[in-house]
Design a protein around this ligand. Structure first.
Ligand SMILES: [Zn+2]
Length: 228
């Protein structure tokens, strides 16, 4: 039934692979197989290296998982770009399900109670139409059955784009940008923060700080990809 509906839609509104632009068949979710299998997976060693580099010294994030490695001008960048800027929110759901397959062993150890997407400021959300991390969280929930909640953390400052900033500039930019909104629900919980790409980890750490101050037991982080 799902494929039938998709073929009807594909007939009127053909879908294309966001990376190589070939037409997608109706059994394909969001990206062609060639491009999908070209995306680099994050190895255990890489995850350990990135965890030590980005999170260990601040002691806010208790554990971290990324499924892929972000490479410039490669398939994953196109997939994430179309998720964030071309209204392809289905990409987020798809990527969330991919992350979840790698996250399952960690979930047994971390005992996550709630999944929290990194929030966008309401102005940015209105511009984009949705929060991409919300769809990634939804995809993780679909596989793990751990519930998500997008109302516990709010972005109260609309920060400027961080892409060209150094770590120190990012930390300054993101400071006090978030607020926890329901401490009763957060208290004593193990939370998983979810983002599209983790670069320096400054945003993730700032969110974790706010959630721990609001009473969370432990905060973990997961993202679609890690970037240098
Ligand atoms: Zn492709």
């Amino acid at each position: 039934m799902k494929y039938l509906i998709r073929s009807v839609f594909d007939f009127f509104l053909p879908r294309f692979c966001p990376a190589c632009k070939t037409k997608l068949g109706n059994q394909v979710e969001v990206i062609c197989n060639n491009c999908f299998f070209s995306i680099q997976l994050a190895s255990k060693e890489r995850l350990q290296f990135e965890y030590e580099k980005k999170f260990v010294h601040e002691n806010l994030i208790s554990g971290f998982y990324s499924h892929f490695v972000f490479e410039k001008d490669k398939a994953l960048q196109h997939l994430i770009h179309s998720l964030k800027y071309e209204k392809r929110f289905q990409n987020g759901y798809f990527l969330g399900k991919q992350i979840a397959t790698g996250l399952i062993p960690f979930f047994n150890e971390w005992k996550i109670d709630l999944i929290i997407p990194i929030p966008l400021h309401p102005i940015k959300k209105a511009e984009r139409g949705y929060n991409q991390s919300y769809y990634i969280a939804k995809g993780i929930t679909a596989i793990t059955s751990v519930p998500y909640n997008q109302k516990l953390l709010k972005r109260i400052r609309n920060t400027s784009s961080q892409t060209t900033m150094t770590l120190v500039e990012r930390k300054d930019n993101i400071n006090n940008a978030f607020k926890a909104s329901n401490e009763k629900v957060i208290t004593c919980k193990n939370l998983l923060l979810v983002d599209d790409v983790i670069t320096t980890g400054a945003t993730t750490s700032e969110c974790a700080k706010v959630l721990l101050e609001a009473g969370a037991n432990k905060v973990y982080a997961a993202s679609v990809a890690i970037a240098d």
